[in-house]
Design a protein around this ligand. Structure first.
Ligand code: GLA
Length: 402
């Protein structure tokens, strides 16, 4: 057979080629704008309001997020946690309860502030608070959320856990993967970009498969509490998990407790913010944004620390050395510098030595103190820093690459 005539490019061939090129560049553009290229930032209702949260509380949180300067500092998602769900009607459509009379209007209000709306559900029949879950209604619920204008879904295992009972560890993982992948498919099918937050407390080493089932972030531990010990427990649980985090998919040590009673000491607050930034953790505030004091506000909106968290390289930092109560943490940044945290875990001030050997560095290197917003000159080989009780010194170390 003579193939020659088919090699001629007719005008319609050019059209097909053009369409192909266009669709490829659109796909690239869409991938480039995929959600959560940096760790998501926002506020979640649970730590402050629990299941009593109302639509008015969510509006006030959105107002305060703008008024406090948090929105300008990069916080975007206003997330309604458990407690908004009502009942399903005869067609299976899930309605909000009386505390949330109009979800579309609420989403429009949040969007009108330049922010995004998050919501909560469960792969089980019931949420952790005993409200209606999405089991068997994943497609319907995803459509409903998208129609309201939801931009983020926290999907909490809870009552689904009974499906794991009596199964082998690998079967449990398969069952959880299936449940999360099902909701992910339903979200994708809506055509709306919706950040997918997996909440199943780190079970089955979720960091190994969270991204494969469409997760943009996944909790690595059980719930955080507003204590210094709980903060450290959750942060330390992420040791060794750095390789699973990166642009689009993040380890989540849970929401911030900064500003909540028990974690409202300014040095503890700076420690939590520094740890979460070093960990490239999602920064989801959980305090009352409208009534927070100036110190809490300054901590949550410190742009230099937020820049460490949001660094485009997306590397998760880790602890490189510990000497008694002093911990040294480090995170590589995209400009070739390092973020370095010196933490004092005792209840009185201590002197801590920054030892370049532990970091594999050779001095001298320029350093900037990210909490004092000050260049502190050149740091060489060993330098002693005074670190406050339960506090931190957070540095950016090195000469940025041009
Ligand atoms: C679980 C989650 C929390 C919160 C509650 C709501 O405990 O881990 O973050 O969402 O459920 O009931």
């Amino acid at each position: 057979m003579n193939l020659r005539p088919r090699q001629v490019l007719y005008p319609w061939h050019w059209l097909v080629l053009l369409l192909l090129l266009l669709s490829t560049s659109c796909a690239v553009a869409a991938a480039g704008t995929a959600p959560a290229r940096t760790p998501p930032m926002g506020w979640n209702s649970w730590n402050h309001y629990g299941a009593s949260v109302t639509a008015a509380d969510v509006r006030h949180a959105a107002d305060a997020m703008v008024a406090s300067g948090m929105a300008a500092a990069g916080y975007r998602y206003v997330i309604i946690d458990d407690g908004w769900q009502g009942k399903r009607d005869t067609r299976g459509v899930l309605h909000p309860n009386a505390k949330f009379p109009d979800m579309r209007a609420l989403a429009a209000y949040v969007h009108g502030k330049g922010l995004k709306l998050g919501i909560y559900s469960s792969p089980g029949e019931k949420s952790c608070g005993g409200f209606t879950g999405s089991a068997g209604h994943e497609v319907q619920d995803a459509r409903e959320f998208a129609a309201w204008g939801v931009d983020y879904l926290k999907y909490d295992l809870c009552s689904f856990r009974h499906h794991l009972t009596g199964k082998s560890a690998s079967k449990q993982v398969a069952v959880m993967k299936d449940a999360y992948a099902r909701m992910h498919r339903a979200l994708v099918a809506t055509g709306r970009p919706i950040v997918f937050s997996l909440c199943q407390y780190g079970w089955g080493r979720v960091w190994e498969w969270g991204a494969a089932v469409g997760g943009n972030l996944w909790r690595t531990t059980d719930d955080i509490r507003p204590t210094y010990a709980s903060m450290w427990f959750n942060a330390n649980s992420e040791q060794g998990l750095a390789r699973w985090a990166g642009p689009g998919h993040w380890n989540d040590p849970d929401m911030l407790e900064i500003g909540n009673r028990g974690m409202d000491d300014p040095d503890m607050e700076r420690s939590e913010m520094s740890l979460w930034a070093l960990l490239a953790a999602p920064l989801i505030a959980g305090n009352d944004l409208a009534t927070m004091d100036a110190a809490t506000r300054a901590t949550l909106t410190n742009r230099e620390v937020i820049a460490v968290d949001q660094d485009p390289l997306g590397a998760q930092g880790h602890r490189v050395a510990q000497s008694g109560p002093i911990q040294l943490w480090v995170k590589p940044l995209a400009d070739g510098t390092l973020a370095v945290g010196l933490f004092n875990t005792l209840d009185h001030p201590l002197d801590a030595t920054l030892d370049f050997k532990a970091l594999g560095l050779h001095g001298p290197l320029p350093a900037r103190d990210l909490w004092r917003h000050a260049n502190i000159g050149s740091v060489d080989t060993r330098r002693v820093f005074g670190v406050p009780a339960f506090g931190v010194v957070l540095l950016k170390l090195g000469q940025p690459k041009r």
